[in-house]
Design a protein around this ligand. Sequence first.
Ligand code: ZN
Ligand code: ZN
Length: 438
Amino acid sequence: MQRTWCRPLPAADLLVQGGRVVDPGTGADGVQDVLITAGEIAKVGPGLVAPQRTRVVDAAGMLVLPGFVDLHAHFRAPGREDEEDLGTASAAAAAGGYVAAFGMPNTEPVTDSAGLLRGLIRQAEEDAVVPLGFYGAVTRGLGGDLLTEMGELGEAGAVGFSDDGNALPTAAIIRRALQYAKVADRLVAVHAEDPSLSLGGQMHEGAASARLGLTGIPSLCESLDVFRTLDIAAYEDGRVHVCHVSAEQSLQAIARAKEAGVRVTAEVTPHHLTLVDERVATFDPNFKMNPPLRAERDRRALVEALKSGLVDCVATDHAPHAPEAKDLPFEEAPFGVIGLETAFSVLYGALVVSGEVPLATLIARMSTTPARIAGLEAPSVAAGAVANVCVVDPLAVWTVAPDTLKSRSHNTPWLGQELTAKVRLTVAAGRVAWDDLA
Ligand SMILES: [Zn+2]
Ligand SMILES: [Zn+2]
């Protein structure tokens, strides 16, 4: 069953020469040439010769990796094309090394019917340079009470169901959503939050919020909802994906459920893995997101969970906002930051260079594992596979700025900062989707 769609671009013919191929799927880690013929990986090995009319890419000193898969992004189409559309979102994904990305249904109107989903698929077939897929809403209009026609949404191609942006309000709705999603053979991706504990909150509840005089959002607000959801999933044998885990206590809920055999997977964002609540001290709205940046203790626990696999994958929660929306006092600004173009650079610089996380582990969490969760064939740098690869210069230093970003929005906590490692080439579904080498 097809889960992603993009524009029909010409199939790539490339010889990527002399790069370090790192592929956790095959266990490869060494210098190899990679020959891509008509969009497929024809050969991987030393000393390959380019056939006629095949472009040769000098990848000496670069990393050649299976392309990344993002299970959680907001494409803002339909309805807020002033902030992002499928063309700009997919261009941002390509520039970040992604070969597939999935959009949440909190669009305007909400993607809560098969008709609306088919409209998005047609749009992706016209505009997207990287294959995009979509979630359908759990409840109509994200209203939290009436379930959508999940069977129809699943047949139309929804990768799963989510009311992301909102928590599912009652145990009864969670239970019924899991029952219907199971019949449709899809996962339910949950934004875990108890709104009675987060009401009016601006940032993580802790020493920093007390000092800054901002209303706090306690970790308990997330972990309570994770515990409840996973208890219901255990009871219904439901398939749950926990979005953007931010708190150490939520990890305990996930660990307990996994040990009990509950079908649960979880994701963590680059910002929760690398930033903490103290950064809000500048009152820069680009550090305002939901769930909020938490304490250093939480951040460390998230890194450990990513390493061990307790948290299965990295997802960006790419959430574009127009400048006029984010250019407000911290208390009034909306939650959310973009992340597709900076995810690998941020994590490579903060976690791999420092020796905290092995490169192959990071690649698995960004590529192989999220692909499997989405039901996609895992990207692999191996002969016979469709070419879903990216080439990264690990030493390149670049500045995150409006003119270096492909996203239509620029609300990132790394705005104006230098990052190390730059994606130079992305081949997605056998087509060149990003080329920063020519
Ligand atoms: Zn969310
Ligand atoms: Zn989200």
